[in-house]
Design a protein around this ligand. Sequence first.
Ligand code: PLP
Length: 448
Amino acid sequence: MKNIGISERIDLPVDRIPTRWYNVIPDLPRLPEEYVDSSTGKPVTREFMDRLLTPAMAAQERSTERWISIPEPVRDAYQLWRPTPLIRALALERELDTPAQIYFKYEGTSPSGSHKLNSALAQAYYAKRDGHTRLVTDTGAGQWGSALALACKLMGLDLLVYMIRASYHQKPYRRHLIETYGAEVRPSPSTTTDFGQRLLAADPDHPGSEATAVSEAIESVYADPGSRLAVGAFSNHCLLHHTVIGLELREQLAIIGRTPDYLVASVGCGSNLGGFANPFLEDKLNGADITILAAEPEACATLTHGEYRLDFADAQGKAPAAYTYTLGHDFVPPPIHAGGLRYHGCAPLVGLLRHEGLLDARAFPQTEVFAAAKTFAQLHGYLPAPESAHAIRAVIDIANDCKRTGRDATIVFNYSGHGLLDLGAYGRFNAGLLQDVETEDFSTPVQA
Ligand SMILES: *Cc1c(COP(=O)(O)O)cnc(C)c1O
């Protein structure tokens, strides 16, 4: 193998930004189960969804059209950073002495730092177009909140963000970013909703969770007719918007004449994995030997330890219930540093892929994940978000397997975001302060 460089970039010109999103639903082996309204126990009604989400998002959620046009203002905004580069990690290949080729799709070039802006721009655009005045959302580590704050500012909408209380206080940088983009941020549990007040009355130090923040966001949506919920990762429409990642990747791989053997992404809820890998699902269903691998934290191992069943998306049971893998909606994940992966469930589309045997999953402890991230940073300079580092950790195993078997596989992973606002976590890792926790250690749910 004659690779002497550090990396090789495969870029697309700006006019190759996709013009359509790819909707995987018509190509799935079966349709996803319908969402269930927890107050009636029946499938959600159109009115229910239109009041909770913007009607445009409610419609995309159910759409069975394979291709959906990207509105021109959204595509224009994508030019802020898209198309994102595909980069061959020559230095990592050399370090691992693997015959495999390792590539990563670098979503960290987005102004807010992660893939999340792909869907944030779309959701803000439709909300504005349809006359809503405010979006309300939840955020964990703050990647979604900062992406949506920028999107709402660009599209001219107000935004209220409920941020998990522990992150709000302990990792304030993304909160500062959200506020700088002009949105309002409240810690969850907050004193401004009934649900938040109840949680704080029971436990003044309640750390909050993604699920408590969604519950409060929903309560705020119902309290104001001009407000709608924006969903950061769970929904079908969110995965749809992120397919610009996989669609660009297809073109980039075609340029170098490779097809993927492994597609690897971290999974918190599954939006970056879905957007990255779903555009290859049809090839897989048609017999292409593609392994799609989800890398998740051992501390919140939804796909490897969870059950496939009907569960709520929020802590209070006000959000629709969905069939997916879940650790239980009252599971409060331990405070690991990959905050974006601390969610009790996962996107129903990703759960379906897993349940149908189309998605592999592996869980990793955070010290191994940070060690992989550090190796990568030293080889390539890019400092990955702790979430993305899960994918890097998984890729190292695959590349080592390829070394054993002599396989010249093409491994592509999604580098979902940069870690420059996660330096506190790197500092703790470098000081030897990070500890590993497993999902079983937390199997007794912390009651809300
Ligand atoms: C939010 C986030 C994730 C996890 O969310 P998914 O819905 O699983 O994609 C992964 N990486 C980064 C950088 C994130 O911000």
